[in-house]
Design a binder for this molecule. Structure first.
Ligand code: ADP
Ligand code: MG
Length: 678
């Protein structure tokens, strides 16, 4: 029935607090250059070097950009190599802790006092850790609480922050020694999936080591920077960063444009890495060469076997055959061998698992490449819940990061999967630290041409009728940004509008995170649909959201500014994105049902208004029929099926259309009758 069509209206809501996850690392950086005069040369020189640190699960490195050559360089102090194993040993005599290769020697001989893989514990509570706590050689104190984990060595308790600080202190000392200058400031990298608490813990570890942490940078971002990607503001690139380290595997898809590093997706396995390749070799040898039981029980023999396996793995990265001798308890030599072909067979299932994760990451990033393209029918459907449908750009490069990518089978599998040769031209052990050094150099103000920006991780929008989210700033929008939409009222004479702001990817606000709300008051009473309310979102570079609502006819306005205070962790962001993908279909159904209900309620409101005002023009039978059909619509509304609601609405519309026309004619006749005709 014409004129009874429900308006598209909203019950408006708004924002009070907004936290831009991760943006705290990205304030516009103001650098006051400290300069000193080099008395020998009389030239001005930068007083301080800011170093870049890759604080890895297995290995850590420190790098810097050489002030003259401007080349990023990994620091090799005293010819000990650039790699510092992330292992801390507390000597039994209570002497100062030992860090690095020397500490690693104690892994099997003094496991209780030798801490490795501490990065896995960083920023984690006992509860986060669960069963993994028991898999470590040292004592993780487990009180099953929300508190952060502690590690016990003899009678002392250490937090993962303190232990990481030991590693950072060592890196700092090596840098100071090699560069012959104090090092007080650093950029430290973390995995892209690290949440707020893990990032904060990394910062704290830096501070404890006497370093001012200028920025926490994602490892894949650092790797891309090391490859020179993102340094030219005019280039636009999409890259995959495949990082297979000692105990972890991460795949990240990044889009880089105008200095913005956008993480399109991440995937991986926090318990898959080079150690597993070593273990596969150990198991193979144990079975094939009938190694005595002692190789499984005696720490020295275990150590010997593990080191031989790692040596075999590394050797086979360059050669085809490996042979070595193990010495058992009775000092008998046992010869063990491994060919590259055998090694490949052993590790293929592990490599396949990394490729499966790459496939998921590509799907999440809505990308198709190489071999994926040929698999017809396996492409991901664009999610209707996603508010920023991404184009499907091609993958410009695949970067290899992490020591384990030296394994030829890994290189081959990755290149084949992505349909292009992977890029391994930089040392995969050093690439993250080199990128961190470049970031440090940018922050030091030495590369003013480069601007690194961030994006919003989640969609921002407001609640509309029926509890639906109306997106205003889609996720992955560059910040600063500004966007707005116009709304109207749903009820005659409505003078207030509640504006509630939400963050998230789901269609229903109840599934998203509410940031806050405010009420636009003082709207002059007008029929429903007449007020024009502009709602504007302004998100500044610091991630502070300002929400403004203006009723245009009366110029009534209200404004709220929200400072980022409590935020979502990266994990929560990740979870929200995952939920939106998993629930996309359900969400669409829910949205359609809500829209039908909203339309039905609008129709009932209009019909009731009409019958109340025009009773005199309707017969008793018509009023009864209308009431009966109204009841049918109400009954349908009580259910959860959309179709009966739509059907009942159609019938009510059919039934009442002639009445509306009749009333219209009567009004016209009355108008005509009242007119004076010459
Ligand atoms: P993380 O980032 O986890 O700290 P790394 O990137 O330093 O770890 O990788 C360490 C892993 O790389 C170890 O398992 C080591 O055995 C492996 N690795 C180092 N060099 C080679 C090589 N030439 N061939 C195969 N694996 C290697
Ligand atoms: Mg690493």
């Amino acid at each position: 029935m014409a004129g009874f069509n429900p308006y598209f209206c909203i019950a408006l809501f708004g924002a009070i607090h907004f936290h831009f996850s991760g943006c705290r690392q990205w304030p516009p950086f103001v650098y006051m250059a400290t300069v000193a005069i080099n008395l020998a040369t009389g030239s001005l020189q930068q007083e301080e070097i800011i170093v870049g640190i890759d604080l890895g699960t297995t290995n850590s490195l420190v790098a810097y950009v050489h002030p003259e050559s401007h080349q990023p360089t990994a620091i090799n102090d005293l010819g000990r190599g650039t790699i510092v194993p992330s292992v801390v040993h507390f000597p039994a005599d209570g002497a100062d802790p030992i860090v690095g290769a020397e500490a690693r020697e104690y892994l099997l001989t003094d496991p209780q006092r030798t801490i490795y893989s501490v990065k896995r514990l960083l920023g984690k509570s006992y509860r986060d850790l669960g069963q993994h706590a028991t898999q470590l050689g040292y004592k993780v104190i487990d009180d099953n609480s929300e508190g952060l984990v502690k590690i016990r060595v003899d009678d002392r308790f250490y937090s993962p922050i303190e232990l990481s600080a030991n590693i950072l202190r060592e890196l700092r000392a090596r840098a100071e020694h090699a560069l012959k200058t104090p090092v007080n400031r650093a950029v430290i990298t973390v995995p892209a999936y690290f949440n707020d608490s893990q990032r904060q813990a990394t910062r704290d570890a830096g501070r404890l080591a006497g370093l001012e942490v200028l920025r926490i940078v994602n490892e894949p971002t650092a790797a891309a920077l090391a490859y020179g990607i993102g340094l030219d503001p005019d280039e636009e690139k999409t890259v995959a960063v495949y990082d297979l380290g000692g105990g972890t595997f991460d795949i990240s898809i990044l889009r880089i444009q105008q200095g913005i590093f956008e993480v399109l997706s991440t995937n991986g396995d926090t318990y898959l890495g080079g150690d597993d390749l070593d273990r596969a070799v150990v198991d193979h040898w144990t079975a094939t060469f009938g190694l005595p039981e002692a190789f499984r029980t005696n720490p020295h023999l275990q150590q010997q076997l593990r080191l031989a396996a790692e040596m075999a793995k590394k050797y086979l990265s360059q050669h085809d055959d490996f042979t070595t001798h193990l010495t058992d308890e009775a000092s008998q030599n046992i010869t063990v061998t491994l060919t590259r072909a055998q090694f490949n067979d052993l590790i293929r299932p592990l490599v396949d698992r990394t490729i499966a994760a790459c496939r998921l990451a590509l799907a999440d990033a809505k990308l198709e490449v190489g071999s994926e393209k040929r698999e017809a029918g396996h492409t991901t459907e664009p999610s209707s819940a996603s508010h920023s449908p991404l184009p499907a750009p091609k993958l410009d490069a695949v970067l290899l990061v992490g020591g384990s990518t030296r394994v030829p089978l890994v290189y081959d599998a990755v290149s084949e999967f992505f349909g292009q040769p992977a890029n391994n031209s930089l040392n995969p052990d050093e690439v993250v630290a080199l990128g961190a050094a470049i970031q440090a150099d940018i922050l030091a103000g030495n590369r003013r041409d480069v601007l690194l920006l961030d994006v919003t991780p989640l969609t921002l929008g407001i609640e509309t009728l029926g509890g639906l989210l109306d997106p205003i700033i889609p996720r992955n929008s560059k910040i600063p940004t500004k966007a707005g939409r116009q709304y109207t009222t749903s009820v005659d004479g409505q003078v207030n509008l509640k504006i509630a702001v939400y963050q998230g990817e789901r269609d229903l606000v109840s599934q998203n995170r509410k940031l806050g709300e405010f009420t636009l008051t003082g709207i002059p009473a007008m029929p429903a649909g007449l007020p024009k309310v502009d709602v504007n979102f302004l998100l500044n570079a610091d991630g502070i959201l300002k929400v403004e609502a203006i009723e245009l006819r009366s110029n009534t306005r209200q404004q709220v500014e929200i400072k980022p205070q409590y935020g979502l962790t990266d994990d929560q962001v990740e979870q929200m994105l995952m939920d939106s993908l998993v629930n996309a279909k359900d969400d669409v159904a829910a949205r359609l049902l809500i829209e039908a209900r909203t339309a039905a309620e609008q129709l009932l409101y209009q019909v009731n208004n009409f019958t109340r005002k025009n009773r005199q023009h309707l017969t008793e039978a018509e009023l009864t029929a209308t009431a009966a059909q109204v009841a049918t619509v109400q009954a349908a509304l009580a259910g959860t099926d959309r179709d009966p609601i739509l059907k009942a609405m159609d019938e009510l519309d059919e039934l009442t259309r002639p009445y509306a026309e009749r009333v219209m004619n009567i009004s016209i006749q009355q108008a005509m009758a009242g007119k004076k005709i010459d």
